[in-house]
Design a protein around this ligand. Structure first.
Ligand code: UGA
Length: 468
């Protein structure tokens, strides 16, 4: 009787363990009730992934239309794998979307602040949304809570958020606060969330850091490093990480230009230095400069924050200067090859700031377009995903629905975003469509042999220049 009972119990336990581990949860993983305020890019990915690892998550936003469509499983951004996860977790009742921010604050034990910190006119981070959220949290603090800030904020902001919450906390409810910097990349954010190199949290109270560790336990189980720091260090880590990567990009872009002058190949040089573990192979791809909603904004905000604190960040300033000048340098080079842009038709391939996203914010492709248009060129642009995101207010710029249409009758091609579609295209057939043979691949995406066989005059970045 006892043996039968224990063997049944044992098999039930094994079964339960298999079920839980198949869902990716550690047997000691705890599920929390979490509210996420702000369903922009970071909030939506964070909320969805927290639900996916087992928590019950309510994502809030004041934008009714956005919340309605999210409740129908439609996401407002193009992000690989995200829509499927939203639908799955909505269906499993672990993910909820609402416009009732006060209600979400009151009914959840843990609150993440993920509202935007856009660039203000003077380059500083605009903290209005963050401070508004802090006031709303303070007013609705009816039971103890832990608040984690995820928005990218300058050093000292979390302390200000704490003060604002305290000033509006009329019930004197105890609360803790921490800063958890975000390292997700657009286009691969779900994978980045689930398989990070490290998870960082800044907190005054060690219990706050250990709560964060418990929240992300299923991720840490896969081997990510966990780093607990002071709040000021965590705020600095976010800006320093993005700035360091920006420096790497500007560095390789300058090296690329130098390579051209002495007959070296930048891709070989990047590999040769990147194999040194102290340098690392990532973020050494030359191109038209860094863009997107983070690097350009964060480097500027970091510079401003340093200035406010009476210091200067010369290396980062240099990276920004190199980046600002990058698009015109590329256009100048194309102009030299063409003789002039006057009445020239150019196919601009790619509009998104990088591949696998529909985001065109601070996209180098758009800067290239603007400069070429000013110089008198007519641009036929194409992007596999981001075409509809671009405002078309110039008669000299047209977004085409297909790559074939963009190539029709052009004098030259400028590839600005390294989409897979461009890599897989039949360039021999494409050559029948273009008028000229000049092809400037400023992402070093295409194979020179294939392009040569297709009778294009391929120019890449940081390669030996034969003709020019
Ligand atoms: C960046 C960081 O990589 C993330 O870690 C961070 O979380 C995020 O900012 C943020 O702060 O939210 P993201 O802006 O999505 O992510 O894009 P990246 O993949 O970093 O690329 C940024 C820009 O640098 C793009 O224009 C890209 O084309 C360019 N880049 C990147 C290069 O020109 N060369 C490279 O080798 C790598």
């Amino acid at each position: 009787m006892h043996i039968l009972f224990f063997s049944r119990f044992f098999f039930f336990f094994v079964f339960l363990t298999i079920i839980l581990s198949s869902k990716g949860f550690a047997s000691d993983a705890r599920c929390y009730k979490i509210g996420v305020i702000g369903t922009g890019y970071v909030g939506l990915v964070l909320g969805t992934c927290l639900a996916e690892i087992g928590h019950t998550v309510t994502c809030c936003d004041l934008d009714t239309r956005k919340i309605d469509s999210l409740n129908n499983g439609l996401i407002p951004i193009y992000e690989h794998g995200l829509e499927e996860l939203v639908i799955k977790n909505l269906h499993d009742n672990r993910l909820f979307f609402t416009t009732e921010v006060a209600e979400a604050i009151q009914s959840n034990d843990i609150i993440f602040i993920t509202v935007g910190t856009p660039e203000s006119l003077n380059g500083e981070a605009n903290l209005d949304f963050v401070f508004d959220t802090a006031r709303t949290i303070g007013k609705n603090l009816k039971n103890p809570k832990t608040i984690f800030v995820k928005s990218t904020v300058p050093m000292g902001t979390v302390q200000k958020i704490k003060e604002i919450i305290t000033n509006h906390n009329h019930f004197n409810t105890p609360f803790e606060i921490g800063y958890a910097p975000e390292f997700l990349r657009e286009g691969s954010s779900v994978n980045d969330f689930m398989n990070p190199d490290r998870v960082v949290v800044g907190a005054e109270n060690p219990d706050t850091a250990s709560l964060f560790k418990k929240i992300v336990a299923p991720i840490l189980k896969k081997g990510a490093k966990f780093l607990s720091t002071s709040i000021a260090s965590a705020e600095m880590i976010k800006y320093a990480a993005n700035s360091f990567l920006s420096v790497k990009i500007s560095f390789i872009n300058e090296i690329a230009d130098f390579c051209e002058l002495v007959g070296a190949d930048v891709d070989e040089v990047a590999m040769g230095i990147g194999l040194d573990k102290r340098i690392g192979a990532e973020f050494l791809k030359p191109g038209p400069g860094f863009g997107g909603s983070c690097f350009p904004k964060d480097t500027l905000a970091f510079l401003k924050a340093a200035e406010k604190n009476g210091t200067s960040l010369h290396v980062i300033q240099a990276a920004v200067d190199v980046n600002d000048f990058r698009p015109s340098k590329i256009v100048d080079r194309l102009e030299t090859m063409l003789g002039s842009f006057d009445r020239k038709k150019i196919a601009l391939l790619g509009l998104a700031f990088k591949e696998e996203t529909d985001d065109v914010r601070a996209s180098p492709a758009l800067k290239l377009m603007e400069i070429m248009v000013k110089k008198g060129a007519f641009i036929q642009a194409y992007d596999p995903i981001a075409g509809t995101q671009v405002q078309n207010d110039s008669p000299n710029f047209e977004v085409k629905a297909s790559l074939i249409e963009a190539l029709a009758g052009v004098d030259a091609v400028l590839l600005a975003t390294p989409w897979k579609e461009f890599l897989e295209f039949d360039w021999t057939k494409a050559r029948l469509l273009t008028k000229g043979d000049l092809f400037f691949d400023c992402r070093n995406l295409l194979d020179p042999v294939t392009m040569n066989e297709a009778t294009f005059e391929l120019i890449q970045i940081g390669k030996k220049i034969d003709r020019f």
